[in-house]
Ligand binder design. Structure first.
Ligand code: ARG
Length: 460
């Protein structure tokens, strides 16, 4: 069959050009959005008296039938169809003849592809948010379980201060919370219907764009036809939000990789998320954590690819924009799967407290607590810092810990120092417990953070 646009052409397309031009192989996944868009469009056309009631009914029935057949895999697409919009319209016309030819009144593929993509992005943002909410629930539960269990808090990958495991997990809760907010915010700007913008300049046909928007569940219509067909910000926004979210996933995944290493042994990732080695029989590799860490690459890539495609494109529609979809689909698929797999992996992970506790006495994690204790005894902080620094040095040289220091040692370090000046409780639990400042690591404060997190999550 000749292309639907072939009226002014004399020659057929070269087959390699046909293939290069076609997007059907990937945009076929928009078929339900395309059909919903067409049903709303023809409903509006009939309400406006542009097509008859009878024509509308025939078109809608046939479109619904085509949807069922695509759902069941009964329709085979070919590059000859070019894209999903032409493919569906082509089948419609084949089945309905002249009536089918009325559907494309006051519409262009330029606004059609824009409305399809917006509908798709809206639906997928909601799916992503659902997956993020699942992740948040898992984190809240784990954080609650480990709200008073102590581990090492690092800065520069050096032992810094004792923190609670629940506190560490709640840091990720906050990252994913912002991700949810970012996706919801992107949804707001996606929620404008471009249909009726036509090729670039609107139409002389008396359409009602607000009605089409309402039928499709958009909160409003886009304001300028030229912008409507050439805007891809909504794809870029979802890819940006996805890139930030994948960055969070990859940071967390990296922690899983090293926590799972022989050197750390803080966790042992469940067998169902690991693989073996083809040569080393003893190996159990954290492949899922590594893949989660690595998948961020393609998601960034897709964002940069589309930013680059859009750069410098003049108004209005350009075929370049067809390059928006493969990256978008890949990003959405990757993010949704990553969130589910990671949440399930976290759910199945327990911390090996015996191993973690053994590490706690290395690195003078309670040094800051001693300095803060000195501050409470009216020593200026800079001086307190200096004194504890000297204590650390002395302990390191003499292979001792703070608790081993007696009055003679302390006096040698600095004549101001004595055992009575040191805090009574130098335990890691004691230190963590004391950090009750808002947002701090104390178990009681972590429980507060969990409660705030829970009530926020329930409102989402
Ligand atoms: N397949 C095209 C895309 O994804 C649809 C729009 C084509 N419009 C056109 N005038 N060639 O962008």
């Amino acid at each position: 069959m000749a292309n639907l646009w072939s009226g002014r052409f004399e020659k057929e397309m070269d087959s390699i050009v046909e293939e290069f031009n076609a997007s059907i192989n990937f945009d076929k996944r928009l078929y339900d959005c395309d059909i919903n868009g067409s049903i709303a469009h023809v409903t509006m056309l009939s309400e406006q008296g542009i097509v008859t009631e009878d024509e509308k009914i025939k078109i809608i029935e046939t479109l619904k039938q085509i949807k069922v057949e695509i759902d069941n895999g009964e329709i085979e697409f070919s590059v000859k169809d070019e894209d999903i919009h032409m493919a569906i319209e082509g089948i419609l016309i084949k089945r309905l003849g002249d009536t089918g030819k009325r559907l494309h009144t006051a519409r262009s593929r330029n606004d059609q592809v824009a409305v399809d993509t917006r509908l798709y992005v809206k639906k997928e943002i909601l799916n992503i948010v659902e997956n993020l909410k699942y992740m948040e629930e898992v984190l809240l539960e784990k954080a609650d379980k480990y709200h008073d269990q102590i581990m090492i808090g690092f800065t520069h990958m050096q032992h810094a201060q004792p923190v609670t495991i629940g506190f560490h997990l709640m840091a990720y809760f906050q990252m994913f919370k912002r991700d949810i907010e970012r996706f919801k915010d992107a949804y707001e700007r996606t929620d404008y219907c471009p249909l009726g913008a036509c090729a670039l300049a609107g139409t002389t046909v008396p359409i009602n764009r607000h009605r089409t928007a309402e039928l499709l569940g958009f909160k409003n219509v886009t304001e300028n036809a030229m912008d409507s067909v050439s805007d891809r910000d909504y794809v870029l926004e979802v890819e940006s939000a996805a890139s930030i979210c994948m960055m969070h996933i990859s940071r967390f995944a990296e922690e899983f990789v090293y926590w799972n290493s022989q050197e750390f042994s803080y966790i042992s990732i469940d067998d169902s998320f690991c693989t073996g080695s083809s040569i080393m029989p003893q190996k159990k590799n954290p492949d899922m954590a590594e893949l989660l860490r690595g998948k961020v690459g393609r998601v960034y890539g897709n964002l940069v690819q589309l930013l680059t495609v859009m750069k410098g494109t003049p108004l209005a529609y350009n075929k370049d924009f067809q390059e928006d979809k493969e990256g978008l689909f890949d990003t959405i698929d990757t993010l949704k799967k990553s969130l589910i797999i990671f949440a399930k992996m976290i759910e199945k992970t327990e911390f090996l407290m015996d191993n973690i506790s053994k590490q706690l006495n290395k690195g003078f994690l309670n040094a800051t607590d001693i300095a803060e204790h000195f501050v409470k005894m009216n020593i200026p902080f800079r001086e307190a810092h200096e004194l504890v620094g000297k204590m650390v040095k002395y302990c390191e040289v003499n292979n001792m810990d703070f608790v081993d220091l007696n009055d003679r040692d302390l006096n040698k370090i600095d004549e101001k120092l004595s055992k009575s000046l040191l805090p009574e409780d130098l335990s890691m639990e004691g230190c963590a417990k004391g950090r009750v400042s808002y947002g701090g690591t104390a178990p009681i404060e972590v429980l507060r953070q969990i409660n705030v997190g829970k009530s926020w999550l329930h409102q989402q």
